[in-house]
Design a protein around this ligand. Sequence first.
Ligand code: GMT
Length: 384
Amino acid sequence: MNIGIVCYPTYGGSGVVATELGKALALRGHKVHFITYKQPARLDIFTGNTFYHEVYVSSYPLFDFPPYETALTSHLVDVVKFEKLDLLHVHYAIPHASAAIMAKNILAMEGIHIPVITTLHGTDITLVGKDASFEPVVCYSINMSDGVTTVSQSLKDDTYSHFRVTRHIEVIPNFIDLERFSKKDHSHFKKAIAPNGEKLLVHTSNFRKVKRIDDALKVFAEVYKKMPAKLLLMGDGPERINIEKLCRELDLCDAVTFLGKQNQVQEILSVCDLFLMPSETESFGLAALEAMACELPVISSNAGGIPELNVEGETGFLCDVGDVAGMAAKAIWLLEDEARLTQFKENAKKRAEQFDINQIVPLYEQFYKEVIANSKLISVKALG
Ligand code: GMT
């Protein structure tokens, strides 16, 4: 197949999933065209089957808000036409789905049929999409797509409850490359950051409010009272300044390290003992899956789709959003017994194996085939 992928090129979960999916599809022989405003962060290999089309937005004194969606739409029309794409797969509803639907309509006027699949990732539905200023466009784009997927059952349920959507939604969960994300021996690195055998807790995110990193810090503060421990914070974003401030207030600066954005996430996860994900909402929790693949149990909130990944009492524990005391108690219980911790680490890895990229990518391929076949049928009926 000749597939166009539209995504955010940043470190966010939707961009990571879109890029890893595109890379995997390319390795399976498909031609994959990434269409976005910057080279995707994880687009680090070239197989000969991957192509990158950069979207430029012209500046003009009148444009207080450069019209990215319009530039993207025009670029999609161009790429679909000249690269003869079979399918557009857009990740994150805003503004990718509406741009793709507009491109589809423009192309239809020239007799070119392009099926559009929209994958909803989370905040495009649970936070941004619900915003009254976006709601009609998000709803329209979902209904007009030829196929829609969500990354969890929970996000599918949220989509039906927040929007007037009646169409079928396919659930295809996040996935993981188990060759890349597996525990590696980095004892030299572990010795450097935990020279006295401290337990290592870790959190990775885009440092947005929804991640409740302050809760992660407060959970760590309780653990730190009970045992020698350190907290690694990976990623960056708007909340970092507040978290640094809280670190000082809680007198934790010596025990907390801000690592910033990292490419080799798996190397850092490999030396850690426990992952913290206290999110307010989380459609799936890709960061937790990456951690589990590196043998880390997870202490999380029970928000959104996290319970579809983290299994209570087996791969970690789930508490209500904001229940810092509960999360801290579970973290301490896990970390204070080596045999127990080892068992949870093994369980986490086994659970992650159920989301193996080699099992999930064929689900997308199958869905692509179904959508292409059905949309051809519909467009033939419309003509006749
Ligand atoms: O985590 C984020 O806020 C980034 C966001 C995104 O869309 O880039 O991630 C969402 O998509 C990921 C991949 O499908 C999911 O694993 C994350 O759970 C989801 N984040 C939220 O729902 C908050």
